[in-house]
Design a protein around this ligand. Structure first.
Ligand SMILES: *Cc1c(COP(=O)(O)O)cnc(C)c1O
Length: 426
């Protein structure tokens, strides 16, 4: 948008017109010299909702009051706690309720889902992922390949960007899927790449994967709560995500998983546990595993109630705000950030290359800035002046203004501080 202006009054006017502005007051901001920091790391750890402490206290009080009977008599009975989260989580990722379960943690869920969805045989053994996926995913892929007797050097393939480019072109991703053809067992991409902030075309990737007989799975760590997702309609086979990044549910909090309905109740192999057993008969404690006819079949353990209490608060906020409203604000907020970065680059004569795609359809809220000619000193200076961002070697600064609690004034302030740091480092 060429109508943006780099001044405080303009940013404040955008905030005044923002229908979601009241949500900012529902969060606790770390302070810097007596005012809130510019918090642009919701892509790493979302801020704490003010309602979180009360929700935790409720569970502690119910534990004190009821002991084991809290499984039935707590305000939110622990026995079925995860079920209270299902509908909200399903709305967030565009799924049917039976396709979603809140459980475990992200990498654990990736492993549990790969037990069912990565079953190499004959020449069909390869996993295709994006360039530079999050390291935990690489470890999971490689160890699954090794577990099945394969060789990660051969069977784990990354789509590479063209020379001189940082992000991937959809045509290149689809061509690679086509090229690997009947050697491809699984295509597993991040919904949004953690490093570049690029959002992938999950519908197109899924379609291409299915066309060659492969499975399509997604790690939505940087997409859940960031993009509008339509997992069911896109026909994705499986997906998993964490809740502590954009979903504001606290460090290491409980994660989510999606399994498309066509895979439910058909006896896919899985690693079983008692919480995946038919709940009507769970406490008969029988020897034979009878899986739930929903994504809950993949649950192994009983619900981690304390982190679910935090997740419940956060999901309730997403329900009230609405992911499409958040996304609408996000496109403008991040567009404003891109404008501000370009202005600062111009004014200071610095080369600040945003490696995240410029097309809003190909990114979430995060921008990754390659600060040419600058090292970690620039980042340290930003931190000293009250910006909480993220640094990746060799010289990428990741900034993620989140629509739930960041303001247009935050973005303007970031520009002012960035300018000060760049002016000072000449
Ligand atoms: C943050 C992140 C993880 C972290 O995994 P945990 O199991 O939650 O510790 C894994 N994969 C991706 C893509 C991530 O962004």
């Amino acid at each position: 948008m060429s109508t943006f202006k780099n001044d405080a009054a303009f940013a404040q006017a955008l905030d005044a017109a923002d229908p979601l502005r009241a949500f900012r007051d529902e969060f606790l901001f770390p302070q810097h010299n007596g005012r809130p920091v510019v918090y642009f790391t919701g892509n790493s750890l979302g801020l704490q909702p003010k309602a979180a402490a009360g929700a935790l206290k409720q569970e502690l009080d119910d534990w004190a009051r009821f002991g084991v009977e809290g499984h039935f008599h707590a305000m939110h009975p622990w026995l079925s706690y995860h079920e209270e989260l299902t509908a909200s989580a399903a709305r967030l990722v565009g799924a049917k309720n039976e396709e979603v379960v809140v459980m475990n943690q992200l990498t654990s869920n990736l492993h549990f889902l790969m037990v069912s969805f990565y079953r190499p045989s004959g020449k069909r053994r390869k996993i295709l992922t994006e360039t530079r996926p999050f390291p935990s995913d690489t470890y999971a892929f490689a160890s699954q390949i090794t577990f099945h007797g394969g060789d990660p050097e051969k069977d784990l393939v990354e789509v590479q960007p063209r020379t001189g480019e940082h992000t991937l072109r959809t045509v290149d991703i689809l061509a690679k899927i086509d090229e690997l053809g009947d050697e491809l067992e699984l295509v597993c991409f991040g919904g949004v790449n953690f490093y570049t902030g690029q959002a992938f075309d999950m519908a197109a990737i899924t379609k291409a994967a299915h066309a060659v007989g492969a499975i399509a799975g997604f790690d939505l760590a940087h997409a859940a709560g960031n993009l509008e997702l339509k997992l069911h309609d896109w026909n994705a086979d499986f997906a998993c995500w964490c809740s502590y990044k954009y979903l504001n549910s606290g460090p290491g909090s409980v994660a989510g998983a999606f399994v498309h309905e066509r895979h439910l109740g058909v006896g896919l192999p899985l690693f079983a546990g008692w919480w995946g057993h038919d709940k009507k008969e769970r406490f008969k404690m029988e020897r034979t595993f009878k899986p739930m006819p929903t994504a809950e079949a993949w649950q192994v353990s009983n619900a981690p109630v304390f982190s679910m209490a935090l997740h419940r608060v956060a999901l309730e906020q997403f329900d009230r705000a609405g992911i499409s409203n958040l996304r609408a604000k996000s496109e403008v907020l991040t567009g404003y950030l891109a404008f501000i970065i370009a202005e600062v680059a111009k004014e200071t004569g610095t080369r600040l290359e945003v490696i995240t795609p410029n097309d809003p359809a190909q990114r979430g809220c995060q921008l990754s800035i390659l600060a040419h000619g600058h090292g970690k000193g620039l980042f340290d200076e930003l931190t000293r002046l009250g910006v909480v961002a993220d640094w990746r070697e060799p010289n990428v600064i990741r900034v993620a203004p989140v629509p739930m609690y960041n303001s247009f004034e935050d973005v303007w302030r970031f520009g002012q501080i960035l300018k000060e740091c760049l002016a000072g480092s000449h």
